[in-house]
Design a protein around this ligand. Structure first.
Ligand SMILES: Cc1cc2nc3c(=O)[nH]c(=O)nc-3n(C[C@H](O)[C@H](O)[C@H](O)COP(=O)(O)OP(=O)(O)OC[C@H]3O[C@@H](n4cnc5c(N)ncnc54)[C@H](O)[C@@H]3O)c2cc1C
Length: 363
């Protein structure tokens, strides 16, 4: 008989883990307080940038290592989904205006100093930039090209994962808040469920059980910008408000994201909108006539070291702290969870919380 797992939270991590465990022969039951569309999750708001080298500016090499592995895994995983998902690997660019060249130099130095992988960033002059992004060359004499990087569209990925889970006959209790999780037991308002293993993937919804979990507010603007023709994500370095611009299908562009130490989920502020939009306009004049389709806010679930963590309580595994890296590292994180659940040696032992020092050896 197959082993049973109950998963609290059907955001990106809950969905991906559910599918992976189903493929490993587990009988999977998912619970989420949201509908299957998942529009209230952090994952729905995330930009889906897959930028393992660029993240080295602030993150630890572990994130880059997981991100590079995940880029390969995404390609295979997305191929197997029952619906198309926008996923590209054309690299990403980093630029700065003349007055902010110090920011670009600091970024380059930091990434090169911390990079322990064979992935490299390349210096481009104006001509090199013109070959990749002709519309940026008039404004920028120099750029950094981060060749392995990519992006995906979370709003295509989440429904595609939902469809794959439905096809797999995974039981999904949507609009069902989980009131408590414990080893082998998950409770909702009016029922108790017993499983061989419970996974807590509730993101910020797990805060009452995870004292040092915090929210980091992120704001994002989605535009229709047919006059901006870019082929890859572009980061604009700036001393106060660095931004990224990610071209999406049908002339859409995502501009993000603020990063504010606050768990305020209120609407985008005027200041943030001005910063994001003026930085975008300074990058490319074609943004002048772009239409604002949407502004969105969510808070990234983060732990004190801004790294993800797995906490084992024998019969209950808590998975959290994806911070600004959920999409970047999800396949690698899920590989660690599934290996652990199966009792195999799990990759990335540093993810396991120190209090469960033997956890990475498997259950
Ligand atoms: C503006 C912004 C931009 C971002 N850009 C990127 C990016 O470019 N690249 C990248 O890699 N990452 C990015 N991120 C981060 C990424 O979105 C997150 O790391 C990721 O979505 C976290 O996924 P999760 O599944 O842990 O949490 P969530 O997506 O929040 O999922 C948690 C789920 O648990 C459910 N839940 C909570 N409490 C309960 C309960 N009591 N009962 C039942 N269900 C419950 C919620 O409804 C939700 O569906 C960004 C985030 C933001 C906010």
């Amino acid at each position: 008989m197959s082993r049973t797992v109950g998963i609290a939270g059907a955001g990106l991590i809950g969905r991906m883990t559910a599918l992976a465990l189903h493929h490993e022969g587990w009988s999977v039951t998912l619970f989420d307080r949201d509908q299957q569309a998942g529009t209230n999750s952090c994952s729905y708001v995330g930009a889906g940038m897959l930028t393992p080298l660029a993240e080295l500016e602030k993150a630890e090499p572990l994130i880059t290592e997981m991100g590079l592995w995940s880029l390969e895994a995404w390609a295979a995983l997305i191929d197997r989904l029952p619906e198309p998902v926008f996923f590209e690997r054309h690299g990403s660019l980093v630029v700065a205006h003349q007055q902010d060249q110090r920011e670009l130099e600091a970024f380059r130095t930091q990434v090169q100093r911390k990079n322990t992988t064979s992935a490299r960033l390349h210096e481009l002059d104006r001509r090199g930039l013109a070959e990749l992004e002709p519309e940026l060359a008039p404004r920028f004499a120099r750029a950094l090209f981060l060749e392995p990087e990519g992006q995906l569209e979370p709003r295509m990925l989440l429904p595609a994962l939902a469809k794959a889970l439905q096809a797999a006959d995974v039981t999904w209790h949507h609009a069902t808040p989980v009131t408590s999780v414990a080893p082998g037991v998950l409770e909702t308002d009016n029922a108790r469920f017993d499983f061989d293993l419970v996974l807590d993937c509730r993101g910020l919804g797990a805060r009452s059980d995870w004292a040092d979990l915090r929210g980091v507010r992120g704001e994002i603007v989605r535009l229709h910008a047919p006059e901006v023709r870019l082929s890859r994500p572009v980061r604009l370095m700036h001393p106060r408000y660095p931004i990224y611009i990610t071209p999406r299908p049908q002339g859409q562009v995502l501009i993000g994201a603020t990063q504010i130490e606050s768990d305020d989920m209120g609407a985008v502020t005027v200041r943030s909108a001005l910063e994001l939009l003026s930085a975008a306009y300074s990058l490319h004049p074609g943004f002048a006539e772009a239409r604002i389709l949407e502004t969105r806010v969510h808070c990234r679930p983060a732990l004190p070291d801004n790294n993800p963590a797995l906490r084992d309580e024998t019969g209950l595994l808590r998975v959290n702290g994806c911070y600004r890296h959920g999409f970047l590292i999800a396949p690698a994180l899920v590989a660690a969870v599934t290996a652990f659940a199966a009792g195999r040696a799990a990759p990335y032992p540093a993810l396991f919380h120190p209090s469960s020092s033997t956890a990475h050896q498997g259950r």
